[in-house]
Design a protein around this ligand. Structure first.
Ligand code: UN1
Length: 476
């Protein structure tokens, strides 16, 4: 059984939860100790006790630890990629790429303690100087989803540690293996006891304990909108800093003048790769009239040629859905779209394989309109819908007809439309001639409205959340 990490000690519990391979339910990847309230409280106490000393460590120490951890993650990318593919169902190629991305994130943030500077300004009052510096926030609670079980923990934990915070980390119950490996690597890289604490266990107990505890100074959360709202509600009376990354219903606009091959590639990658289980997925394909039929036929043809199957098998393009519950949600969303007038052009079938897993062929639903549930609610599966529009203006208006605002993409050869879209798409990230999913790790990540709340993640902008600004006045 894989233990918890509390105060520098690996701690086991009486109750364990199996980590099941969604490509083959007979394959139990591991069993993870389940924390209860007392373990969660002990982890928060350990992080609180470790915070003052860790906040004062020299930047070289923090840099070296993050660098060592990043190097180990990169060195073990193949092995950890297999673990990721096995526990989450991401196809091996993408799983290895995600692990490499996590390693590079750790190395990037290894540079931040050395780069972080302050400002020195003259006061408006004679003889007074001002220094502006960044300080740690304190104890950061990190709650992560199963869909990027290595990269998302890395892009939250690395900046938290870089700016001198201690961490209580609660990964998703469905994919604790990568989280455990990452905690083990960081601990061996030289973190003092209590700086990083790992709590595998149920959100209703562990997550709730973190939400209720005033010693947790900040919480960074990626997951569902409903849980995000709970994080925020619980944090309001404590005036706690929160950073929420939630869903998306990201539009990919395809204009008549688009390069068809490029548009099809962007749509297929953005909507279906990683089994569509990305908050950045291109789930609404908004297509103008004259290219519509050609685009739909070409996407349908590509989808029919993709292989859905075991994530570790050579030649698999689309891995399994993460579990039975998510598979049912995906199927229900397809059925509802059809009931509301959508036409299932291809896919949406359970696929039988040699192993028992949660395989669903990528589904394309055409003839949909903006008011249908399929274009309003995030599915989080290999399902995309097509909305036919007249022209660019209608495409932009349709793209913005959503409560979400994470990413928005456009495929066009027109500089005029691309520029207009970058300016007027209501989203935190805009992509031109690219899928909406698959982002860089050194630049801000985040959205607007129902998709995100709080400062941006990733790159230098992560400092806004993971540090606190101090303004010091000195009279000479
Ligand atoms: C990506 O598309 O490269 O949960 C990253 C998610 C996002 C990460 C997407 N937070 O899907």
């Amino acid at each position: 059984m894989k233990p918890l990490l509390i105060g520098g000690e690996w701690v086991t519990t009486s109750h364990g939860l199996p980590n099941v391979n969604p490509s083959d339910v007979s394959d139990i990847v591991d069993v993870h100790a389940q924390a209860g309230r007392s373990e969660a409280e002990a982890a928060i106490a350990a992080a609180t006790a470790a915070a003052p000393a860790w906040g004062r460590t020299d930047p070289q120490t923090r840099s070296d630890i993050l660098h060592r951890a990043g190097e180990e993650v990169l060195r073990r990318a193949d092995e950890l990629g297999r673990l990721l593919a096995r526990e989450e169902g991401k196809v091996l190629r993408d799983a290895i790429a995600e692990v490499a991305r996590a390693g590079r994130i750790l190395r990037y943030f290894a540079g931040e303690p050395l780069r972080t500077g302050g400002q020195f300004l003259p006061s408006v009052r004679p003889g007074v100087n001002i220094e502006i510096t960044r300080e740690p926030v304190g104890v950061v609670g990190i709650i992560t989803p199963w869909n990027f079980p290595m990269a998302i923990p890395a892009w939250k934990i690395a900046p938290a540690l870089a700016w001198g915070n201690t961490v209580v980390f609660k990964p998703a119950e469905l994919a604790p293996g990568c989280a455990w490996a990452l905690a083990d690597i960081l601990q061996r890289a030289g973190l003092p006891a209590g700086v990083l604490n790992l709590l595998t266990g149920p959100g209703s107990v562990v997550g709730q304990t973190m939400l209720d505890d005033a010693r947790v100074d900040a919480i960074s959360f990626t997951g569902s909108q409903a849980t995000g709202a709970r994080v925020m509600a619980a944090s309001a009376p404590l005036q706690r800093k929160v950073q929420l990354e939630m869903g998306g219903k990201n539009p990919l606009v395809v204009l008549d003048d688009a390069d068809l091959d490029r548009a099809v590639a962007a749509a297929v990658d953005g909507a279906y790769f990683s089994t569509g289980q990305r908050c950045t997925a291109s789930s609404r394909l908004i297509v103008t009239e004259r290219i519509h039929d050609r685009f739909v036929s070409a996407v349908a043809e590509r989808l029919a040629g993709l292989r859905t199957g075991h994530a570790l098998e050579d030649g698999t393009d689309i891995g399994p859905v993460v579990d039975e519950a998510q598979l049912r949600i995906d199927e229900a969303a397809i059925a509802r779209a059809r009931a509301q007038g959508g036409s299932l052009r291809v896919g949406g079938d359970r696929v039988t394989q040699a192993t028992e897993g949660f395989f669903l062929s990528p589904a394309l639903i055409t003839e949909t309109t903006s008011d249908m549930a399929i274009n309003r609610e995030e599915v989080f599966g290999p399902v995309a819908s097509v909305i036919r529009v007249r022209d660019y203006d209608e495409a932009l208006a349709t793209a913005n007809e959503t409560d979400f605002g994470l990413c928005a993409g456009i495929c066009t050869e027109s500089l005029k439309y691309a520029s207009d879209f970058k300016r007027n798409a209501r989203a935190g990230m805009v992509m031109v001639n690219l899928p909406t999913a698959g982002v860089d790790y050194h630049v801000p990540f985040g959205g607007t409205r129902a998709s995100s709340f709080g400062p941006r993640e990733q790159g230098a902008f992560a400092a806004e959340f993971y540090s606190s600004v101090k303004t010091a006045y000195t009279a000479s």
